[in-house]
Design a protein around this ligand. Structure first.
Ligand SMILES: [Zn+2]
Ligand SMILES: [Zn+2]
Length: 83
């Protein structure tokens, strides 16, 4: 069974609104990408050491988003879908 983030895979556009001004947010990519290539097989301890977000276990993808209107940066959780 595999889960995949629809935004990372290009199936859906990021459709979140800025919590401060309501303008649409720009997707800056998956937050965990700062720590190297995505691997769904990393041990849990390794995940905790890298970014502190148990995204693999919960089947959620954390994206860093940016609002060009008010310069607000926010992390958005994307629910991964089963493929
Ligand atoms: Zn994603
Ligand atoms: Zn904004």
């Amino acid at each position: 069974m595999m889960y995949a983030c629809p935004v990372c895979n290009g199936w859906n556009e990021m459709q979140e609104a800025c919590p401060q001004c309501g303008q649409s947010l720009q997707d800056y990519g998956r937050t965990g990408d700062f720590y190297g290539p995505y691997s769904p097989y990393r041990p849990i301890d390794d995940i905790r050491l890298t970014n502190g977000i148990p995204d693999v276990r919960l089947h959620q993808c954390i994206h860093t988003c940016y609002c060009a209107h008010c310069k607000h940066k926010v992390e958005i959780t994307i629910e991964e879908t089963r493929v």
